[in-house]
Design a protein around this ligand. Structure first.
Ligand SMILES: Cc1cc2nc3c(=O)[nH]c(=O)nc-3n(C[C@H](O)[C@H](O)[C@H](O)COP(=O)(O)O)c2cc1C
Length: 141
């Protein structure tokens, strides 16, 4: 059974709910999927996973300078290098107005640590949309 780990950093709960919704959907697609916060994640488990989905809420000045927060960046700094081809990596975020530079900043922090992320998912309310489900199906294919 293919394995997926969903790791999130959430300030007020929306990104946690999005991570949980993503994890539940992966379970319906036959994966052994687990969700953890950045603080709970066992780094040793990451090397053995087929899919790694990393999420962080969007912080910034709402229209500009969006970025992942320090606990998420610290998690990425502490992560072991995962040389690939597995895990395949996806990013997700929640936001209110614009994700702007959020995904580029997440990618920059991850550069050299994992294979380049192949999917970006974003949500304002933490719910998984039909488009998200289609995108996840393509990511898993
Ligand atoms: C200090 C602060 C800065 C934020 N900056 C942005 C921003 O630059 N762009 C945006 O679209 N949303 C911004 N937001 C909204 C959050 O990204 C949004 O509410 C998100 O869903 C919160 O996720 P969480 O509940 O997982 O913490 C900001 C919220 C806070 C509290």
């Amino acid at each position: 059974m293919a394995k997926a780990i969903v790791v999130y950093r959430s300030h007020s709960g929306v990104t946690r709910r999005y991570g949980e919704a993503i994890t539940a959907y992966l379970g319906t697609r036959g994966l052994d999927a687990q969700v953890v916060s950045v603080g709970e994640c066992d780094m040793a488990s990451l090397a053995g996973t087929d899919y790694l989905l990393l999420g962080c809420w969007t912080s910034g000045l709402f229209v500009v300078r969006q970025h992942p927060d320090e606990p998420w960046l610290a998690f990425v700094r502490d992560m072991p290098t995962l040389a690939g081809p597995r895990p395949k990596v996806a990013l997700f975020t929640t936001y209110k107005l614009r994700t702007g530079s959020q995904f580029p900043k997440m990618r920059a922090a991850l550069a050299g640590k994992t294979t380049p992320p192949e999917l970006e998912l974003q949500s304002r309310d933490g719910r998984l949309s039909a488009a998200d489900e289609t995108a996840l199906d393509r990511f898993l294919a």
